[in-house]
Write a protein that binds this ligand. Structure first.
Ligand code: UDP
Length: 238
């Protein structure tokens, strides 16, 4: 049984996390994330994960360099699947049962996205890792994280970030005077046009009253802490 506030969570991991700030996958970082996921799963919390792909490709960046946006976005989505497989591998090395489900069908490496099957896996204590975004160009994995959280009935959307430990009024990586918010409403977030998540994800969370917590992954044990209900990062709610 879980002793924290949540029974089922959706964790969004940015692609940046997987690369440790570089292109590709850093096994040490993924291994450390997997250890934390094991600790959370051992508390009896059901964990679903949406994985980003910015450590490989972002459609918008490839478009700026001359590619057609939709094809570039498909490359972005395929990049997320590589992160999923890396995470699956390190989770299973930790003894955590996992299933990867992708929004673009690729039967040799993953199950297709079947929400009710995902819920069944979660009930059985398996960690479910969602890849390939929504399967649709012009979306982001942040928006997919909100959608999947709603569809599988997660109580909270936990936005794990690399290099930043919450939501600030400007980018703390560029502005040392940036001020961190402990809490924000969805409307404040949108009115300030904050770039730490895309507006579609925030407005979806607002419309369906899905609480979000932005937190940093650089500190050891932060996934366990946020799942246990410790007040870290920035809570975004109504
Ligand atoms: N992407 C997409 N549709 C989706 C999700 C993602 O086209 O539903 C593409 C998009 O090009 C995006 C890339 O996949 O830039 C990687 O995802 P994202 O940028 O959200 O990853 P993160 O910033 O979390 O690493």
């Amino acid at each position: 049984m879980t002793d924290g506030p949540y029974k089922r969570v959706l964790l969004k991991l940015s692609g940046e996390v997987f690369g440790g700030g570089q292109v590709g996958v850093d096994p040490n970082v993924v291994s450390s994330v997997a250890k934390q996921i094991r600790a959370v799963a051992e508390r009896g919390v059901q964990v679903a994960i949406v994985v980003g792909g910015g450590n490989f490709f972002r459609g918008a960046e490839l478009q700026q360099r001359g590619m057609e946006r939709d094809r570039a976005d498909y490359m972005g989505m395929l990049g997320t699947v590589m992160n999923c497989l890396a995470l699956q591998d390190f989770c299973e090395k930790e003894g955590v049962q996992t299933r990867v489900q992708t929004a673009i069908t690729m039967g040799q490496v993953a199950e297709p996205y079947i929400p009710r099957r995902a819920e069944r896996h979660l009930e059985k204590g398996r960690v479910v890792i969602f890849g390939a975004g929504s399967g649709m160009p012009y979306f982001s994995t942040d928006t997919v994280a909100a959608q999947r959280a709603l569809e599988i009935g997660a109580e909270v959307l936990l936005m794990g970030k690399q290099g930043v430990d919450g939501v600030y009024d400007s980018d703390p990586r560029h502005n040392p005077a940036a001020v961190k918010f402990d809490e924000l409403t969805y409307d404040e977030f949108l009115a300030r046009d904050l770039k730490v998540a895309d507006a579609t994800a925030i407005s979806m969370a607002r419309d369906y009253k899905l609480p979000m917590i932005f937190f940093g992954l650089d500190e050891e044990g932060s996934i366990e802490a946020v799942v246990a209900g410790e007040k870290i990062g920035t809570a975004v709610h109504a």
